[in-house]
Design a protein around this ligand. Structure first.
Ligand SMILES: Nc1ncnc2c1ncn2[C@@H]1O[C@H](COP(=O)(O)OP(=O)(O)OP(=O)(O)O)[C@@H](O)[C@H]1O
Ligand SMILES: [Mg+2]
Length: 462
């Protein structure tokens, strides 16, 4: 069905263009208030936020940290406006001065993103779905899904010529039906736990009443489909990607039980017809962005879509990363190559995908904290791993702020330095797939297995 383009008010657009025209040609550093704020206020009017729908200096956090420059919300069903109520914002805006360039390897960009994220996760902003950063010349819209904040557009430049197009693009996303998040699980090193993480994380999310779809996009191995003891298909996923069959026709419903416990989720299984085709034929028939387009349609019916990918950077991995809103990267603290691969991911693969998505006005994917999987360490091993990570970051100085996304500060631990999420080695996790008489996934069979994924979900997702 053709989606109707939202209509921007001509008057609001003319006012925005006027403001953009009067922008000084030299980009200064102390002009956040007198140049950037008026431009963004006019932009917000084109997005249908009237004067009573905006609050300046909104306290998104109850702690005494920085305030959000502007918060907005459309009137609610009863017609109450945000200015009166000053609660439940929908969009938070973080403004920077025009001299602070916003580009993917600029420190200003990552600082603005970190500030926006902190505010979006503030306890007075639980209702916020979107965040915007802008310096009056460039802007980017982000989407929030519980704890995860990911780009909704690429970094867009804003000028008189494209003002209408930019407003339309933002308004379309703000008015989009609510949808879940697409998380790609990827590292181009083999055997470090991508499939296990995808399966068990999905199952524990489903156990917490989330609607989950798992996607096996590694047809060569088909490990995800096989580990769930589901049949592979032939041709169905190929036709789904080409838009010839609807998602409903290819999705397999999975249900497992253990005693009184039950878990249900959906699966797009591996398609063996891909194995019979040369990569060139696949590329000719199926464009890289098709998987994202199809999964975005399906994401209206799910909270979480998790994609399992192969350990390389060929077509399936590229399409899987391109399809993701955000990436979950498992690595091993004792496997140097799995850590070294992060360098290629941050400095090469993600920028490639960002560029392809920017051509479609889309941003991302970005990164969730790194998962050090099968973590079972001596102090010396832990030190070596974090030192090697620090070396990788130091070696790629211009990307150091992008690498910071891999690290986070666990609330209860104050060891010096930066931290990754450490997912322990559990014998129950690797034992479950081979146990009989009937297959029961590890988190359903063993409490100890379930707990490690619950911890990951608490820290990173929900
Ligand atoms: N946290 C964990 N504790 C114990 N065993 C684990 C854990 N995570 C993964 N494993 C085991 O490690 C092995 C490799 O995992 P998995 O197949 O998920 O890796 P992969 O990255 O998907 O591999 P490939 O690159 O070949 O697709 C499996 O035997 C799995 O059971
Ligand atoms: Mg695998």
């Amino acid at each position: 069905m053709l989606k109707l383009m939202p209509k921007i008010s001509e008057h609001a657009l003319a006012e925005l263009k006027l403001q953009l025209d009067s922008r000084p040609t030299v980009r200064g550093s102390g002009d956040e208030g007198n140049v950037v704020t008026p431009i963004i206020e006019k932009l917000l009017v084109t997005l249908e936020f009237g004067q009573l729908d905006r609050v300046p200096q909104f306290k998104a956090n109850s702690s005494p940290s920085r305030k959000s420059d502007i918060a907005c919300r459309y009137p609610d069903k009863e017609g109450n406006n945000f200015f009166q109520q000053q609660k439940d914002p929908f969009l938070l805006v973080e403004l920077k001065s025009t001299g602070q360039q916003l580009s993917l390897n600029s420190p200003h960009y990552w600082k603005a993103f970190a500030q926006l994220k902190e505010q979006l996760l503030g306890n007075n902003a639980m209702s916020a779905h979107f965040g915007l950063i802008s310096n009056g010349w460039e802007l980017q819209l982000f989407k929030r899904f519980h704890k995860v904040v990911h780009p909704a557009t690429s970094i867009l430049s804003l000028n008189t010529q494209n003002a209408q197009e930019v407003s339309n693009c933002l308004l379309r996303i703000l008015q989009e039906d609510k949808r879940g998040i697409i998380i790609g699980v990827y590292n181009n090193k083999g055997g470090i736990g991508k499939t296990t993480l995808t399966t068990n994380l999905g199952i524990v999310l489903a156990q917490s009443q989330k609607k989950v779809l798992l996607v096996d996009f590694d047809p060569n191995q088909a490990d995800l489909t096989d580990s769930l003891q589901q049949p592979v298909v032939e041709g169905k996923v190929w036709n789904f990607l080409k838009g010839k069959v609807p998602g409903k026709a290819i999705i397999q419903h999975c249900s497992f039980s253990q005693g009184k416990q039950q878990v249900q989720f959906d699966l797009i299984p591996a398609d063996k017809s891909f194995l019979e085709s040369h990569d060139v034929k696949i590329q000719q028939e199926i464009r890289l962005e098709f998987l994202r387009n199809r999964l975005k349609e399906l994401s209206k019916d799910y909270d979480y879509i998790l994609i399992d990918m192969p350990p390389n950077w060929r077509w399936f991995a590229q399409a899987g990363v391109q399809a993701s809103d955000t990436l979950l990267v498992p690595a091993s603290h004792i496997d140097r190559a799995s850590l070294r691969n992060l360098e290629a991911l941050v400095t090469n693969f993600i920028p490639q995908v960002n560029q392809r998505r920017a051509a479609l006005e889309e941003g991302g994917p970005n990164l969730l904290p790194l998962v050090l999987n099968q973590y079972q360490h001596t102090d010396a091993q832990a030190r070596n791993c974090y030192r090697y990570l620090a070396d990788i970051v130091a070696k790629n100085n211009e990307w150091k702020d992008a690498f910071n996304n891999f690290f986070y500060m666990p609330p209860k631990r104050f060891r010096r330095g930066q931290h990754c999420f450490e997912l322990p080695y559990k014998i129950e996790i690797c034992r479950a797939p081979l146990e009989g008489p009937k297959y029961v996934p590890a988190p359903l069979r063993y409490r100890r297995a379930k707990q490690v994924y619950e911890h990951l979900i608490r820290e990173v997702l929900l």
